[in-house]
Design a protein around this ligand. Structure first.
Ligand code: DQA
Length: 142
């Protein structure tokens, strides 16, 4: 299986950014843990602060990878373009958020991704990503 985690803006600061909300582990440390835990699956990671680069990556991997785990971060709530990219591709997308966006500001309750995602996992800290990985391993498609 070949999966990719795509992270949007400011997620390169994980570990340093608002640790009360996002935790104190960096994403590199987290990825090391994940690679050790799931040695039989290829899990790539891509991060960009630039909307168009996220769209390019979704298009690049969207027809031959087995799954995309997408945390579009702030673009979740603003980007019709990323929403359209998710709709355009064949690879299933699981939308992930570290925080429970529904317990936060009203503007975080809207997502341009959810309608075309296979599912959404949020609020479990960095473990949200792990649950998304497990969903590609365990969950049967209907
Ligand atoms: C986030 C939630 C977004 O509202 C926010 O803009 C982020 C991170 C999360 O993972 O909790 O940058 O996607």
């Amino acid at each position: 299986k070949k999966l990719i985690i795509i992270n949007g803006p400011n997620l390169n600061l994980l570990g340093k950014r608002e640790p009360n909300i996002y935790g104190s582990l960096s994403f590199t440390e987290f990825m090391d843990e994940i690679q050790n835990k799931y040695p039989n699956i290829t899990i790539e990671h891509f991060q960009s602060n630039i909307e168009g680069e996220l769209i390019d990556k979704i298009q690049d991997v969207g027809f031959d990878y087995d799954g995309i785990i997408l945390n579009a971060a702030a673009y979740t709530h603003t980007s019709v373009g990323i929403g359209d990219a998710v709709k355009a591709i064949k690879t299933p997308v699981v939308e992930v958020h570290i925080s429970n966006t529904f317990g936060r500001e009203e503007f975080r309750h809207q997502s341009f991704i959810s309608a075309n995602a296979k599912g959404v996992i949020l609020g479990f800290g960095l473990q949200s990503y792990e649950l998304a990985i497990q969903s590609f391993i365990d969950v049967k498609s209907i």
